[in-house]
Design a protein around this ligand. Structure first.
Ligand code: CO
Length: 179
């Protein structure tokens, strides 16, 4: 099933996700549907709030973008489904342009940790611990932000906000009309 993607202005994006705990068939189905939705929209990551849900589930697949990325992404099998993810440790910093399916056509420079030690529950219910860097680390941090109700707009500088204010306003207007 393909979900409709919620865009900026939709209140659900500000909700904090709830811990899943036990991985049920319903959660597995939801993760599958999120992956389908992400691929259909050419995204590399998607979080539950973006499809109107509030379970702590997010998905990432950077294999399409990996060609020009020098990360250790090969160490982690794609797609990556993260249930109850937690960042346990970070190191380094780097800045790069980032987009978000909830902010179509908006790209901003975001400063993120370069390397992340990540814990999450996989779809078999096993707790996993991995270290990721590069684009994968960036995508993981972006999706975990979503689960905390933190959005790309919160990462923008004042200058960037001004530069995209017209587009932000249009998105808000559209979300309001859809409610
Ligand atoms: Co996003």
């Amino acid at each position: 099933m393909n979900y409709q993607i919620r865009t900026y202005g939709d209140k659900v994006l500000r909700q904090e996700a709830k811990r899943v705990g036990e991985v049920t068939d319903e959660i597995r189905r939801m993760a599958d549907d999120m992956l389908e939705t992400m691929y259909a929209n050419d995204g590399i990551g998607l979080a539950a709030e973006q499809v109107g849900r509030c379970e702590a589930v997010c998905v990432v697949d950077i294999s399409a973008a990996k060609l020009n990325d020098e990360s250790n992404a090969d160490a982690v099998k794609m797609p990556l489904v993260m249930i109850d993810p937690e960042i346990e440790e970070t190191s380094g910093q780097c800045t790069a342009k980032e987009g978000c399916l909830s902010f179509p056509e908006i790209f901003v420079e975001v400063n993120r940790a370069e390397t992340v030690c990540l814990a999450y529950t996989d779809t078999d219910g096993q707790r996993q611990h991995v270290e990721v860097d590069g684009l994968l680390a960036r995508a993981v941090q972006h999706e975990i932000d979503h689960l905390n109700g933190v959005l790309l707009v919160d990462k923008m500088s004042m200058v960037e906000k001004v530069a995209v204010s017209g587009r932000l306003k249009r998105l808000k207007k559209r979300a309001k009309a859809a409610m």
